[in-house]
Design a protein around this ligand. Structure first.
Ligand SMILES: [Zn+2]
Ligand SMILES: [Zn+2]
Length: 371
């Protein structure tokens, strides 16, 4: 009996140790890797009380662990410090240092970052992978950008379509940005910021060869602003060779990203197509006995519900040509192939995904029919 109690106590203490180190919740995000790359789940635009956010940096680390993210960056406004009287912090690296300390025991990458904040036309820009936030705090925005470049930072233009700065809700590429791009000081652009998606920002990304970004820009709690409303936070999937800060930084400079918000996926075809292809697994493909109706079970192994439209000559027996496979869900298609085939090309357009404004990728899965 004594031994049993001891055993149970040991188990209990073991499980409480484990609980300290496993923080994922039922809303943990998952996306498949693609050939040659790991799909890193990142949110590189986040605020805490060290600028105009409402929570302490440790909460940001715990939220990210709950959602199974690979990397976050706390990008405090360098210039906008509404909590300064209560939390004076002349060292603008303070938020990062607190996050690093919290993340130490956990498998989460913390990217050092800051938001360089000006009114239009400069707007807001995040410099991430910086080494020291303090020298970025200067009067002239040009000097902040050149300092960021000196630190080899990856810099992206935040919410360029924000109506508070552009009343039409469309981004305006000013001489300021053109100059920064020319000088190699601006490398990316948010096409998704919090719940907003801008096709015009995507057009700019493609035209100016800027990396496509999606971020939460969270100020409150992820749970209250997203999860409780049935949403996932927007993220950027970064396709990197390794799960390291260095590899992630290289991938961002190279434009290896897909921005994701729920069922909206935005990225270059080179990465979006393989991601979609890897997200759908074909579990089985069999003819219904004595028919030429092929039954195919598909499984979505990603956290995004995916919308598809049939692009084959064959029509479906019991499905709309437009259908959704819910996040981590299964869907059975019945395809009228008219004659028995050994294999078919399942060809679908992913209508919730975009490689350019109004352009959705067509994905093909080679399906071998089981006998
Ligand atoms: Zn901002
Ligand atoms: Zn922000």
């Amino acid at each position: 009996m004594k031994n049993t109690i001891l055993f149970i106590l040991t188990l209990l203490s073991l499980s409480s140790v484990c609980a300290q180190h496993l923080h994922t919740s039922e809303h943990a995000l998952t996306y498949p890797n693609i050939e040659g790359y790991l799909s890193l789940k990142t949110d590189l635009h986040i605020h805490t009380v060290f600028s105009d956010g409402n929570v302490w940096p440790t909460i940001r680390v715990q939220e990210a662990l709950r959602e199974n993210l690979d990397a976050i960056s706390l990008t405090e406004h360098l210039e906008y410090q509404p909590h300064k009287e209560d939390i004076p912090h002349p060292d603008r690296n303070r938020s990062y240092n607190l996050a690093i300390a919290e993340a130490k025991e956990h498998d989460l990458l913390i990217v050092h970052g800051s938001e360089i904040t000006r009114s239009a036309p400069m707007g807001h820009n995040n410099a991430v992978f910086i080494t020291d936030a303090n020298p970025l705090l200067t009067d002239k925005p040009e000097a902040s950008f050149s300092e960021a470049k000196k630190q080899n930072a990856f810099v992206f233009w935040n919410h360029p379509a924000w109506y508070a700065q552009n009343p039409k809700g469309n981004p305006i590429l000013s001489d300021f940005q053109k100059e920064r791009i020319k000088k190699g000081e601006l490398h990316g652009i948010e096409v998704i910021n919090s719940v907003d998606y801008s096709e015009e920002s995507l057009a700019l990304a493609l035209e100016q060869n800027l990396t496509i970004m999606g971020t939460s820009d969270i100020h409150g709690l992820i749970d209250w602003d997203y999860t409780e409303k049935g949403h996932d936070r927007p993220i950027t999937l970064v396709f990197a060779k390794e799960r390291s800060l260095k590899s992630m930084q290289e991938a961002l400079f190279a434009g290896h990203t897909v921005a994701v918000y729920n069922s909206l996926l935005v990225g270059k075809a080179e990465f979006l197509n393989p991601l979609l292809k890897a997200s759908i697994k074909v579990n089985s493909a069999r003819y219904i006995a004595k028919t030429q109706v092929l039954e195919v079970e598909l499984e979505n192994i990603s956290s995004s519900s995916l919308l598809f439209e049939n692009q084959m000559d064959y029509s479906f027996y019991s499905s709309s040509p437009v259908f959704e496979i819910s996040a981590l869900g299964k869907y059975t298609l019945r395809i009228k192939t008219l004659e028995e085939k050994e294999s078919i090309d399942l060809k679908l357009k992913a209508i919730g995904a975009f490689t350019a404004p109004k352009e959705s990728p067509i994905v093909v899965w080679k399906i071998r029919v089981e006998k």
